[in-house]
Structure formats: C-alpha cells, structure tokens
Ligand binder design. Structure first.
Ligand SMILES: Cc1ncc(COP(=O)(O)O)c(C=O)c1O
Length: 306
C-alpha cells in the first residue's frame, strides 16, 4: 500500500518523510505517549468520509493525557480539526482510513518528565481485512493482562502495548491468529488490541470494565446496537475461561478489528467453528452504521468533507 503524502506534527501539515521524533525524547525512550486509533469510513453514495465516534475517541484521548499528567493537553476540538485538515490535505477518497492521533512527551529526561508535549496525526488507507470477514483463531495467552494497579489498560498509553505484543508474538509462533488475555484474577479480559463478546444461550456478554480492559468505543457501540436491535441488554460481568468454549458464538471488537468472528479458541471450535449467525448480523449492521447508512446513528458519524 502506498504511503500518504502528508502527516501532521504539532498541528502543521508536513511531508510524511519529515514526521520524526527525537531519539532522546521520553516518548522514544519510555513510550511516554498516549494515542487514539480511529477509523474513517468512506460512503461511496454520498462521496463522504465519516470519522466513527470521533467525539468519544477524543474524550478518551483527553483522559489519557490528563491521567499521564502531561504538562499540556491537546483538546478534542483542536485534534478533530487537525485530523480533518490532514485527511483533506491527503485528498483521501474511496477507501476506509486508519487514523492515529498521538500526544507524546518530546522532552528529554527521566521517566517523570511531563513536557513539552507534541502531537502527531497520521492517516493511512486501510481496506477491511480478510480476518474481519473470515474470522480468526485465538489462543488463551499464558501472558497475563497487566492489572489496573500496575499499568491501567483504560489509559491508551503506548507503553501498555508491549503486553499485547508478547501475547501476539506467542500466539502467532504457536500457529494462532491472535490471543485472549486472562487477568490477575484468572478472568477473561480482552485481546491485545480489542475487546471480546461471547453469546451463550442467546445472551450476549462481555467482560465488565473492571477486568483490565480498554473502555472500548466499539464495545460501547456493540452494546448499544445489541440492545436496540434485539431488545436485550447484554451482560457485562466476569467471564470464566471455560465459558469461552461453552459459548455458541464469540467475536472480537475494536477500531482495527471492527467485529471479527472468533472461529476457535485453543483449537476448540466455538459453536460450529463457522461465523455465528448473530455475529454476522451484527457485523453487517456495524458496517452500515459506521458508513453513515443508518439514520438513527448519524450522531456517531463525523463528516470530513463539505
Ligand atoms: C487494548 C485494546 N482493547 C480494546 C480496543 C478497542 O477499543 P476501541 O473500540 O475504542 O478501538 C483497543 C483498540 O485500540 C485496544 O488497544
């Protein structure tokens, strides 16, 4: 895939090649940075790009910066405007996008350094992956999800992602597509970069937010869609490891993973080992919603053009 022409650094549109961070910065040395990954969905009928739940992503972005005690906070309004400017400068049309907004400590010093703060934004074309459409296999990881009182997963701090890296690399080395973490209490937590739902006897459920997960925007969307469409309130609670395999259907959800069916866990089929009926229905509704094709959810879609 070709690289975009421009990135955005500290609010300025610059050539992609010049988007650099100093090797002595805390961001580089310690991963002292927080980010949001979000998507632009192209609606070909309207010739419009919609940023999916930009407001909620930006609320979380502000929270992460405050939590990490950054000396300055890039606010939602500024980052939204700069993101739109970048997409327009790159003239992205016709394909979905993956966007990253990152606020980072460019200051040099020890791990306690709190500023100055830089802002980078990148946007790249990213078509829907085959995994989203075809489903994945997962391994319950031998790596534990980092607990909230060590490095809180609800804060989208770059350094947190090495926990997910270890589990991903292990899962791939063992012949799986991805991993599922258990937390320090042995309960199901989430995937390396996505949350998880199971459906058991017709009841959708997902680990509650006190299971060391990121408070996912997609998870929140799925909770609302399930309630609106099926008239049932999904259950948010502790989920045991053995319940994963007792499930009739299971799927991951997240900005990058959208709604991705889980076909098997630890090589045991989930249901029939095919994409579940409800999972497929939810996937279709989620795609339509994020492309701005569902009038009742237009408040989730932030237009880029016009
Ligand atoms: C650890 C983790 N969990 C869950 C998610 C899903 O969150 P969201 O739906 O807000 O993208 C992500 C997404 O980036 C993530 O990194």
């Amino acid at each position: 895939m070709s690289l975009p022409k421009y990135a955005s650094i500290d609010g300025e549109i610059i050539e992609w090649e010049n988007a650099k961070v100093h090797v002595a910065s805390a961001a580089f040395k310690f991963g002292t940075a927080v980010f949001e990954g979000l998507r632009g969905y192209w609606n070909s009928d309207e010739e419009q790009m919609y940023l999916f739940r930009m407001e909620e992503h930006m609320q979380r972005f502000e929270f992460s910066q405050r939590f990490m005690r950054f000396s300055d906070i890039y606010e939602a309004e500024t980052v939204t405007q700069k993101t739109i400017e970048l997409i327009q400068a790159n003239k992205f049309k016709g394909e979905n996008l993956h966007i990253m907004t990152t606020s980072y400590v460019s200051g040099m010093g020890g791990p306690g350094v709190c500023g100055p703060i830089g802002l980078s934004i990148t946007a790249q074309e990213r078509p829907r992956s085959d995994r989203v459409l075809g489903g994945v296999t997962a391994q319950v990881s031998s790596w534990m999800r980092v607990p909230d009182n060590a490095m809180p997963m609800r804060v989208k701090c770059n350094a947190n992602y090495n926990n997910g890296r270890l589990a991903t690399v292990q899962a791939e080395a063992d012949g799986y597509d991805t991993a599922i973490f258990l937390n320090s209490r042995g309960k199901v937590s989430e995937g390396p970069g996505m949350c998880l739902f199971i459906i058991r006897d017709g009841i959708p459920m997902t680990p509650s937010i006190s299971n060391d997960i990121l408070e996912s925007v997609t998870r929140d969307s799925v909770l609302k869609l399930i309630e609106d469409i099926y008239g049932i309130k999904p259950i948010e609670r502790d989920i045991d490891r053995s319940e994963l395999v007792a499930a009739d259907e299971a799927f991951f959800c997240g900005t990058a993973w959208e709604i991705t069916p889980i076909l098997s866990i630890d090589r045991i089929n989930i249901g029939t080992g095919q994409i579940g009926k409800t999972t497929k229905e939810l996937q279709d509704i989620f795609f339509a919603t994020s492309e701005g094709r569902k009038k009742e959810y237009m408040s989730w879609c932030h237009p880029v053009y016009g």
